[in-house]
Every structure is written in C-alpha cells, then in structure tokens.
Write a protein that binds this ligand. Structure first.
Ligand code: ZN
Length: 241
C-alpha cells in the first residue's frame, strides 16, 4: 500500500474518534474503517456494462446512475459542503478504474462561484484521492473562467457552448501525446465533458476518457446525447450530421 494511501486511511480512522464516519447514502454512523454501510451498497443503482460516451470522449466510466440515494449523497458533497461522501465515491471509482490506461487524471474544474460557495472543488477532491489509490498523477491542466455561468439552468446547446467558452488549458502543462482521464462527480448531459475533451484533443492529447461517480440514467441521457452529437458536429463544420 503506498504511504500516501496509508496516511489517508489512518487519518480517516483517527478522525472517526472525534467525528464518527457516516454512510453517505443514509447518513447513519458507520465503523472507523468503513466507507458506506452494507445495506446501502447492496441497493445502489450501479451502472451495468459500457455506457455510450459523450462526443470527443472515447470511453466513459460511471459507478452509479444519478438517482435515488446517489443523488442525496452527491447533494451532501456538492451543496452541503460535506467531504465524507468523496472518500466513498473515490474508493468506488478507483475500484472501477483498476488497470485503466491513463497518463494523467484531470479534474473537471468547478466554476469559481460554486467553489467559493462551498470552499472546495469536488472533482479535484475526488481526483486527488483516486490519484493516490491508482498511482496516476493528478494534473489540474484545465481551468474554469471566473465569469463562467452556472450550467444548471441552460439547455443542452447552451450548456455545450457555455462550457466551450468557460474552460481553457493552463499552458504550463503539456498534454500532447498523453492519455487523459477526466474526473468529475456527476455527468448529466455530458456537454461539459465533451467541451473539455474537445480542448484537450485540439491541444494534441492522444486520448480522452472520463470517469464520473454518477451519470443520468441512459433513458434520459440518450435523447439528449443525440442532440449534443448534432451540436458538436455542426460546431466542427461537419455537415453529415
Ligand atoms: Zn447507508
């Protein structure tokens, strides 16, 4: 076990002496070495099989469908500012990603406004933990424009265009020839991942995949995805859409 991982786990066990660990899915107190309770784990809406990735992404890895108690746990992390769901999410994502071929993990940056509100970037917290577990370096090579609009209220087309304007690559990092794995907590329409992957590919990345803890169920996503594919193709000037 790498030293950093040992430290991460020990810190959690010691912290549990003062603030007991909680299951992110039901909020019940769990053991010092546990990350979630067994009953919740048995009922999580796991994603089975491969998912259709958003445009510009070669493969998307997702642990769960964004529904039921998964939504609640993500809410605790994103909007209540509680960190403990991130430990469970990162553990489950790391298990899913074991053996993945990637040279770097890049967290999807949060808009400054939301980071300010909650005090941390959720994707970065996940990527840091996954990086320690898998031994793949985390590189914060994508930055968010501080004036970025929140995506939540926009349509698919607006989301994609807003996302394209909202991110830029930090020139200190070279992604040429690299196999990149984007990390985020949730993907709903895939437009943010598609826009960032487009930037990375233009900058010469050899491959861009993505891993999220949760994504919207396929039956909702599929119809939106087709729309997103059309928008991306039109944007690239491909008229066979
Ligand atoms: Zn539970």
């Amino acid at each position: 076990m790498p030293n950093k991982l040992l430290f991460l786990e020990l810190r959690r066990i010691v912290a549990a002496e003062f603030f007991p660990n909680r299951c992110p899915f039901c909020y019940n107190v769990i053991g010092a070495t546990q990350y979630y309770c067994d009953a919740c784990y048995r009922h999580l809406p796991f994603v089975m099989g491969k998912s259709e990735p958003p445009p510009n992404i070669s493969r998307i890895y997702a642990c769960c469908r964004y529904m039921r108690r998964v939504r609640g746990a993500v809410y605790m992390l994103k909007f209540r500012g509680l960190i403990y769901p991130a430990d469970a999410f990162a553990l489950m994502m790391s298990r899913m990603l074991e053996g993945v071929n990637a040279d770097m993990l890049i967290p999807v940056p949060s808009s400054r406004r939301s980071v300010r509100k909650r005090g941390f970037s959720t994707a970065e917290i996940l990527a840091k933990r996954i990086s320690i577990r898998l031994g793949i370096p985390m590189v914060c090579a994508v930055k968010a424009d501080p004036d970025k609009e929140e995506q939540k209220t926009l349509s698919v087309k607006e989301r994609y265009e807003n996302a394209k304007r909202s991110f830029f690559l930090d020139s200190r990092y070279d992604v040429r020839g690299k196999r990149v794995l984007l990390i985020d907590d949730v993907s709903t329409t895939g437009s943010t991942l598609a826009a960032i992957a487009g930037l990375l590919r233009e900058a010469g990345a050899a491959d861009v995949s993505a891993a999220v803890f949760a994504k919207t169920p396929d039956y909702v996503r599929r119809s939106r995805d087709h729309k997103l594919y059309r928008i991306v193709r039109r944007d690239k000037g491909e008229n066979n859409a």
